[in-house]
Design a protein around this ligand. Structure first.
Ligand SMILES: Cc1cc2nc3c(=O)[nH]c(=O)nc-3n(C[C@H](O)[C@H](O)[C@H](O)COP(=O)(O)O)c2cc1C
Length: 224
């Protein structure tokens, strides 16, 4: 698997699994880190964003792009939303070098499509390109329980070098809020992209006893 430390741009895909707040927080932190973010949102992903984050994005990609840029004014120049059928997007080609991709949250439907190289929309194609080019690709699945189909698709992807990073926050830092649970998962993603952060202090052993309550930085809530 390629080294994520050399990547400047990150493709973020938000699909229709529960956990949309993880995706938004990830985008926010990548922009804060000065990374270019190319964003793709599936149709079901838009439904879940509405349900979980009260964020309604219009069908028009330019209009949705404008709304998203207004959410993160510090990253206006770095953020770009692509339509999921925009085959002219650079994300559809292996020539757009030096990028990593994170599908967060990742539905079992998209996970199956990626595991089987479907490339039926831009999101799936971008993941297919990442696999063939051996670029860092992280999937953040959320489903419970997991069937043999889900597990075998995950195994197949892991064997291809894809990182399966479940949306399963730990509790050993004694999180005091939903935002801290979200940050736990986003911190693990940033760790795997080799992007520095202060979301969660590294585990140093022993009893954390409220450590997160003191260190958490309020970056806003996504309605979770
Ligand atoms: C509110 C809501 C929550 C959902 N949660 C999950 C989930 O956690 N995991 C999952 O695999 N699918 C979940 N689904 C179902 C997916 O959205 C559905 O399978 C969809 O076809 C996925 O399409 P996509 O992969 O193109 O986004 C959820 C759907 C809705 C409306």
């Amino acid at each position: 698997m390629a080294d994520a430390t050399n990547t400047t741009a990150v493709t973020v895909a938000i699909t229709g699994a529960s956990g949309a707040p993880y995706g938004l927080r990830l985008v926010e932190m990548l922009l804060a880190a000065g990374r270019r973010v190319d964003l793709v949102i599936s149709r079901a992903g838009r439904l879940v964003l509405e349900q979980e984050c009260h964020l309604m994005l219009p069908d028009s990609v330019p209009d949705a792009n404008r709304i998203l840029k207004e959410m993160w004014p510090h990253g206006t120049e770095l953020l770009n939303l692509y339509g999921n059928n925009d085959w002219n997007s650079p994300l559809a080609s292996g020539s757009a070098r030096g990028r990593a991709m994170v599908i967060c949250p990742c539905s079992m439907g998209t996970l199956a499509a990626v595991a089987n190289g479907m490339s039926d929309n831009l999101l799936e194609r971008a993941a297919d390109v990442a696999i063939k080019e051996k670029w860092p690709l992280i999937l953040v699945p959320r489903e419970a329980p997991l069937s043999v189909i889900h597990l075998s698709n995950m195994l197949r992807l892991a064997q291809l070098g894809v990182t399966i990073l479940p949306a399963a926050p730990g509790f050993y830092h004694c999180p005091a809020s939903v935002n801290e649970l979200i940050d736990f998962v986003v911190a693990r993603i940033l760790d795997h992209l080799a992007i520095g952060h202060t979301l969660v202090p590294p585990w140093s052993g022993g009893l954390a006893g409220g450590m997160m309550k003191e260190s958490h930085q309020t970056m806003g809530s996504y309605g979770a």
